[in-house]
Design a protein around this ligand. Structure first.
Ligand code: ADP
Ligand code: ZN
Length: 196
């Protein structure tokens, strides 16, 4: 068991594919910090409009108030008085997210970043990959492969699009293991399985 840091900041990363419970885990950690009377501020990228601009909503409908921002420097500005800084959907920010998190942690704050490790081609998102290397604590969470039931580490895109950033949910992505994942396109498993 690691000792809890005292009088210093640090970075925690929660990462994995879509549907793996990253937002749930971020919300849980932020809620506990609030109960511990810490000043908690949570951010998400403005590009993610799925749940409105002022809330993070997990798929199990657990909600937490948040601030929508355009870029990582907005997080640094908005977190001035925070003890704990939560960041959801970290993969949607550019690589400046890394220096922003470093700056916040160096200023004594606890920084918790949730985000996808891999894009729809199973290539790492740069900011998340770097953050995983630089963070003190990294938690990988896995979903369940909707094809075979194994632990799922990949986000399968179900619609045609080559854009790396395509905000979507159940209708456009599903969780798959490395065996069932097909980097280009929908893959052979989708037909006849009744996946909506
Ligand atoms: P993330 O932020 O990683 O996309 P959420 O925290 O929003 O994930 O949602 C996680 C929840 O999604 C799980 O607790 C479960 O109830 C639900 N869920 C839906 N599909 C799956 C799946 N294929 N594997 C695991 N959980 C799933
Ligand atoms: Zn599978």
């Amino acid at each position: 068991m690691n000792p809890t840091p005292r009088d210093i900041g640090w970075i925690e990363v929660i990462t994995g594919p879509m549907f793996s419970g990253k937002s749930e885990e971020l919300i849980r950690r932020c809620r506990l910090a609030t109960i511990a009377k810490q000043n908690v501020v949570v951010f998400k990228p403005a590009i993610d409009t799925r749940a409105g601009a002022t809330e993070i909503v997990s798929r199990a409908d657990v909600r937490l108030a948040c601030v929508s921002v355009d870029r990582p420097t907005d997080i640094v500005k908005g977190a001035e008085h925070a003890d704990v800084v939560g960041i959801d959907e970290g993969q949607f920010f550019n690589v400046d997210l890394v220096s922003a998190c470093e700056e916040l942690a160096n200023a004594g704050k606890r920084v918790i970043v949730a985000g996808l490790d891999l894009d729809f081609r199973a290539e790492p998102f740069e900011a998340m990959a770097r953050l995983m290397a630089m963070a003190e604590y990294v938690k990988k969470v896995l979903a369940i492969c909707v094809v075979c039931g194994n632990p799922a580490s990949r986000s399968q895109r179900l619609v045609e699009s080559t854009s790396r950033f395509m905000v979507g949910d159940r209708e456009t992505y599903e969780a798959r293991c490395r065996r069932c994942f097909v980097p280009e396109g929908k893959g052979p498993h989708q037909e006849g399985l009744g996946i909506d």
